[in-house]
Design a protein around this ligand. Structure first.
Ligand SMILES: *[C@@H]1O[C@H](CO)[C@@H](O)[C@H](O)[C@H]1NC(C)=O
Ligand SMILES: *[C@@H]1O[C@H](CO)[C@@H](O)[C@H](O)[C@H]1NC(C)=O
Ligand SMILES: *[C@@H]1O[C@H](CO)[C@@H](O)[C@H](O)[C@H]1NC(C)=O
Ligand SMILES: *[C@@H]1O[C@H](CO)[C@@H](O)[C@H](O)[C@H]1NC(C)=O
Length: 381
């Protein structure tokens, strides 16, 4: 009996210790959960959006992880709001939401909701980690990378269409969906331009001169190529380092002139060339841009796309754009006959730059079938 007493004491001590330990562990776990929740909550409130911040590429879901139809991710790269939201709203109306997703990169803190946007398809779709973009600089391609990164999080997203705030669709949803899905290739306008001086020798040897490419920023990608861009840790830092918009300083011409490589027209094209996937591309853009042909030689250096207005977006003009079947690449003497999976197809699914008036005209001329003005009134009400 006497022997057992210390043992029993020891046992009670042990039990007390274990209880204490359990309490400490429980409290720690509780604290951790609280801290994690707070972090998450703060991130959400700061971002002003309900979207989850993207994870790193290592945790990206596998393509086979999804069920249901493949989606097109529509990636809107905008300055602030979406002036043509009413047209896109009509485009997405009556389509199965299982077939598409929307992501927007706008200025940090801008929120898409009832007060800033006329179509609920865009509510809360702004990236929570958006950055301040300087047009033409590497921050612009970083914004594109952020859009692709966020969209890759959803394994159902199989095609990625980059759009600006002045882009319009030229066809209804089902036509565009079937066109883009039928192609196992990305649509990336990409060409050589020997006369162009945008390549900077400082980029060598990371970016070899013979891989330097140029082309429209408005791309449509398959998942594999979107991953190449998001995972790139080699080419982007060089663009970031070397490409700055040149400040022409006439007063002190000796001042170090920074190099303007026009990142947004070279980065994706050059990276894909360096990744040896040019054979997996339709080397053309799906987005029509009209350039002012009447500009003089002097003005050509600052060539600007024509902006379509209500008056210039009439049915004949739009029909003309939709009828284009090939594109000629002057610098390569290459004619690109537009094809989708080896079948002839119209070259362009989208067009820019469209004013609100021009977009209104498209709707009233019935670009998506018969137009019902009531839907517009409902949307703007
Ligand atoms: C979509 O557009 C195509 C071609 O313009 C047309 O053939 C088709 O009937 C339209 N589909 C719907 C659902 O309106
Ligand atoms: C969209 O998804 C549904 C199934 O959820 C499918 O029946 C339909 O054909 C798809 N395609 C288009 C273009 O809407
Ligand atoms: C492309 O065309 C081939 C041959 O006609 C066909 O077998 C294939 O399914 C098509 N691919 C897509 C993605 O539609
Ligand atoms: C094209 O450029 C010329 C000369 O700069 C200008 O007068 C004209 O208005 C422009 N046209 C369009 C459609 O922007």
């Amino acid at each position: 009996m006497a022997k057992k007493a210390p043992q029993a004491q020891l046992l009670t001590l042990r039990i007390a210790f274990l209880h204490g330990l359990t309490l400490v562990i429980l409290v720690s776990v509780g604290l951790c959960v609280c801290v994690l929740y707070r972090l998450h909550y703060t991130q959400e409130t700061l971002g002003g959006s309900s979207m989850v911040p993207p994870r790193s590429s290592t945790s990206r879901p596998l393509v086979q992880d999804f069920e249901g139809p493949p989606k097109i991710a529509f990636l809107f790269l905008v300055r602030r709001n979406l002036p043509l939201d009413f047209l896109w709203g009509s485009f997405f109306e009556n389509t199965d939401s299982a077939n598409f997703s929307i992501y927007i990169h706008s200025e940090p803190g801008f929120v898409f909701d009832e007060s800033t946007c006329r179509s609920s398809f865009f509510y809360g779709r702004q990236l929570s980690n958006s950055i301040k973009v300087k047009w033409g600089e590497s921050s612009m391609i970083q914004a594109e990378r952020l859009l692709l990164e966020a969209a890759l999080e959803d394994p159902a997203n199989q095609r990625f269409v980059l759009l600006s705030d002045s882009c319009v669709p030229l066809y209804n949803f089902s036509y565009i969906y079937n066109y883009v899905m039928a192609s196992p290739r990305s649509f990336v306008d990409s060409f050589l331009d020997a006369k162009e001086k945008r390549y900077n020798p400082k980029m060598s040897p990371v970016i070899p001169k013979e891989k330097w490419r140029k082309g429209s920023q408005w791309i449509t990608l398959v998942r594999k190529h979107a991953e190449v861009i998001v995972d790139d840790e080699v080419v982007f830092p060089v663009f970031k380092e070397v490409c700055k918009v040149c400040m022409r300083n006439l007063n002190s011409p000796l001042k170090l002139k920074r190099h303007d490589c026009i990142s947004d027209e070279h980065y994706v094209q050059t990276l894909l060339a360096m990744s040896n996937v040019e054979g997996e591309l339709e080397r053309r853009t799906l987005t029509y841009t009209e350039w002012n042909q009447s500009a003089t030689k002097m003005e050509r250096r600052s060539w600007h796309p024509v902006t379509f207005t209500y008056a210039s977006a009439g049915p004949q003009r739009i029909k003309g754009i939709k009828g284009i079947s090939h594109v000629y690449y002057e610098t390569e003497f290459r004619t690109e006959w537009c094809r989708v999976n080896s079948t002839s197809a119209p070259c362009f699914l989208f067009a820019r730059k469209f004013s609100e008036g021009a977009a209104m005209r498209l709707l009233s001329d019935g670009i998506f079938g018969s137009f019902d003005a009531r839907s517009l009134i409902e949307m703007t009400a």
